[in-house]
Design a protein around this ligand. Structure first.
Ligand SMILES: [Zn+2]
Length: 211
């Protein structure tokens, strides 16, 4: 019925423009007269009911479901299916996506690839492996201003994997990201201008470089 990829994924940290890219692609399908739906899990309480909203003000109607199987109830007439906030679905989303692909639907899914610890988030890694096309979007780091933010920094103390609310997070680059203690990944990289002299000095002294 249409050419191109059948399962596209848009991932990245918060504020990377994932929902706005999802809405943009769904709008293009609508312009091509393809029946579309956007579905999002009920766990995401930030958007208005029955709506997907991006931070830059785009919005589109959405069906809110409590579980992934419910998607099958609403998708029979749709040719292109948008799935927003995929990290909040349970693992059964993988079977549902496979089922929809067997029905020759086109799926455009978006979600956080990593949680606040910098660990793969829910079913997203499996969906990424299944996707035909993957776009990993970057945000602006709210600490240093670089264009390469790829982590979602939690700004409050909590052990919950899911803690919904934009005010409690900000986008950070890998150098500014501070994961919780037990998963601490120390990246004390020297600044570029300091790196060469230190390396030369270490080599001259025969000192083994710290890994
Ligand atoms: Zn940074």
């Amino acid at each position: 019925m249409f050419s191109g990829y059948r399962f596209e994924m848009i991932v990245g940290c918060m504020s990377a423009g994932k929902s706005s890219e999802l809405i943009r692609r769904i709008e293009r399908a609508r312009l091509a007269y393809l029946p579309t739906i956007i579905v999002r899990p009920a766990t995401d309480t930030r958007s208005k009911p029955n709506c997907v909203e991006s931070r830059n003000g785009l919005a589109s109607q959405a069906i809110v479901v409590d579980s992934a199987d419910e998607i099958l109830k609403y998708s029979s007439h749709a040719v292109v299916i948008g799935l927003d906030e995929c990290q909040f679905f349970e693992d059964d989303i993988v079977d549902v996506v496979q089922n929809l692909l067997r029905q020759k639907k086109k799926i455009i899914a978006s979600g956080l690839d990593l949680d606040y610890r910098g660990k793969p988030f829910g079913p997203v890694p499996v969906l990424l492996a299944m996707a035909d096309r993957v776009d990993k979007l970057l945000a602006v780091c709210r600490k240093c201003g670089s264009d390469f933010a790829c982590r979602t920094q939690r700004l409050v103390q909590s052990q919950e994997t899911i803690l919904v609310g934009d005010a409690q997070y900000e986008a950070r680059c890998i150098h500014c990201f501070e994961p919780p203690g037990e998963y601490q990944l120390r990246l004390d990289l020297p600044k570029t201008e300091q790196a060469v002299p230190q390396l030369v000095l270490a080599a001259m002294q025969g000192v083994e470089l710290a890994s």
